[in-house]
Design a protein around this ligand. Structure first.
Ligand SMILES: Cc1cc2nc3c(=O)[nH]c(=O)nc-3n(C[C@H](O)[C@H](O)[C@H](O)COP(=O)(O)O)c2cc1C
Length: 341
């Protein structure tokens, strides 16, 4: 499978773009465990144009994580084209357009999934961006606005005609937000449409290796994108790849290895957000609040600590810890034996 000139192995797995989750530190871990492509979180076109520093920081990408897509959102063709030119300077492998974000502050203002109510503007944006940059442009969207307007089959042809290199489809409508089950039947219909020749990336509720294999087989998608199931669990890509090869779902990492990956992520998040250089051992007692707070989402969601009896107190302490010393002390104390007995 190829997206533009980027070649992928069989059954590629992509890390979905996720706000406040898919930072470079996390993306590199996912890549290490086998994710075939990673996406930045969505980046506001308007904020990029205004040179907002925190937004510009989101454009940072590293060689080790390639191929990487920078995802943009906005509602005006000219602004999106301008933002794409700025993003292209960061040399991403792909520029992805977000036409799927359902939250009010985005969709309510006519960006993200809001563009599912305004297809002419969505297509204008797509054409404007494709014409503005030399980087392959892809789109990520949903089935439609609501149950009565599941437009994706038609829309995919229209988007393809605008010159996009691939299309990712989250099998929900905007109205569903994240509720109900993702419906893959329409994703399959798009893939089986003989007029569609661009790669189709399926997304929604892929949480196990078995489900990933089933969706590749049943719907014939070119790639699968994994979102929430990867939070606090970047090794899920390795588990899926292992299953594709061997047909067995066996844990990739031991309990202690999983804990050390979480710690490695926390350190990388601190390096990313609080300091630029390597952390010296003696400085682990310092407060690196930005990185620690940022990594809490992964700690809270991680399956590593699930199933440990009476874990509530420890969990609260873990999510309140303000220093690396304190946080690592808590993580180190949790042992696999607690899981067994
Ligand atoms: C915390 C969070 C942040 C998200 N941020 C983005 C985003 O920035 N851009 C985007 O296209 N989708 C975003 N999404 C949607 C995911 O990319 C994905 O489409 C959705 O979670 C369904 O896939 P999943 O069932 O594998 O999680 C986000 C989802 C979550 C849970």
């Amino acid at each position: 499978m190829k997206i533009s000139n980027i070649e992928f192995t069989d059954k590629p797995l992509f890390l979905a773009p996720m706000e406040d989750v898919t930072d470079p530190a996390f993306r590199m871990l996912c890549k290490r465990f086998g994710s075939d492509m990673v996406y930045t979180e969505f980046i506001s076109a308007d904020a990029l144009i205004r040179s907002v520093k925190r937004t510009e920081q989101k454009l940072t990408i590293y060689q080790e994580e390639r191929p990487v897509a920078i995802q943009l959102y906005g509602r005006e063709p000219e602004a999106m084209a301008e933002a794409a030119r700025i993003a292209a300077q960061a040399q991403p492998d792909i520029i992805d357009l977000n036409f799927g974000c359902p939250v009010k502050k985005v969709a309510g203002k006519g960006a993200g999934a809001g563009l599912l109510l305004n297809i002419p503007t969505m297509l204008e944006i797509t054409k404007a961006v494709v014409n503005a940059v030399n980087v392959p442009v892809t789109v990520k969207t949903r089935l439609g606005w609501d149950d009565e307007h599941k437009v994706i089959v038609n829309l995919s042809e229209q988007l393809q005609d605008c010159g996009i290199a691939a299309l990712a489809i989250h099998g929900r409508t905007r109205s569903q937000m994240y509720k109900g089950d993702a419906d893959w039947t329409l994703i399959g219909e798009v893939k089986n449409n003989h007029r569609i020749h661009i790669p189709i990336i399926g997304n929604g509720d892929i949480t196990t290796p078995e489900r990933a294999a089933e969706c590749f087989d049943r719907y014939g998608v070119d790639a699968i994108m994994v979102g929430r199931a990867a939070i606090g669990r970047p090794w899920i890509f390795g588990e899926m790849k292992q299953y594709f090869k061997q047909g067995e779902n066996i844990p990739l990492l031991s309990f202690d290895e999983q804990k050390s990956i979480l710690k490695e992520y926390i350190i990388a998040a601190v390096q990313w957000l609080d300091i630029d250089k390597n952390i010296e051992l003696e400085s682990v007692s310092n407060q690196y609040l930005k990185g620690i707070i940022h990594s809490r989402r992964h700690l809270a969601a991680s399956p590593v600590f699930k199933g440990i009896p009476n874990f509530k107190e420890t969990r609260i302490a873990m999510l309140r810890a303000n220093t690396l010393n304190e946080l690592f002390g808590i993580i180190d104390l949790v042992s696999e034996s607690q899981l067994r007995f």
